[in-house]
Ligand binder design. Sequence first.
Ligand code: CP
Ligand code: NVA
Length: 301
Amino acid sequence: MNNLLSIQQLKEEEIVALLADGHRLKAERGHHSQLPLIGQSWGLIFSKSSTRTRVSFEVGIRELGGSPMFLSTHDIQLGRGEPIKDTARVLGRMIHGVTIRTFAQSDVEDFAQYSGIPTINALTDEEHPCQILADLMTIEEIFGVNSWKSMKIAFLGDVDNNMAHSWMWAAKRLGFTLALGGPKAYQPSAEYRSKIDCDHIIYTTDPEEAVREATVINTDTWISMGQEAEHGTKEPHFLPYQVNNQLLKAAASDAIVLHCLPAYRGMEITEEVLEQFAPVIFQEAENRLHAQKSVLCAIAR
Ligand code: CP
Ligand code: NVA
């Protein structure tokens, strides 16, 4: 594996291996026998805000022996219009790897191509692969998954956003049933559905159908970064898809709730549900560190 640009690019066995290594790194935290990033400098190019992703990469790179360098696009010439391919060719000659949070998926792809150094997608409008690896790790910890194929996972809300897309590819690769519950106007396009071509993804506008007997209920903000202009007009469409105690009655009795965070209480999730599932949601947040260290180990040269 040279880069992590999407869940789409991963084979089932690669996901399984990354998760297994994430568990190992979590267990061995503080006493790693190998430091694959020793002597390396890694850039973190961020065009959007971040708490979890930024901190987990900075800490993870240090814990694997490397030095992280945070590069906000407000400060580097990329933010003033220098092309990504030029930025990539410069950084590719100076540093050893990069993680990028940006808007267009083509930017992370171009960076990987022009820089020639390991490149990680730290969130684009299209996918959020690092988050999904942490989520899958958390599900394995809680349920001790023997067979992904027997599992039903639901995702409620904006089912055409980066998180939903990465969940779709994870379902395709691992074989679990994924139910996407969201308003008609915000379903994945016919083109995207046919690209994914997966017969165990359920697309529904009925929130109860989505969560029925699901053991994992996922949600995310209704307004992703970059969509701020839609505040006020978008939310009313999503109110029926709020994760609340009434909706959870239709889920499996041992169901857990996941949220990639940041959460907007009273919108996609109630305060009550978020606090009830806080132990698992913050376990999920912690797993960003371990899952990303696994990715760093897999792609560092
Ligand atoms: N879930 C997630 O990516 O959080 P941040 O935006 O804080 O990095
Ligand atoms: N869909 C959200 C995820 C935040 C981690 C966004 O893109 O803002």
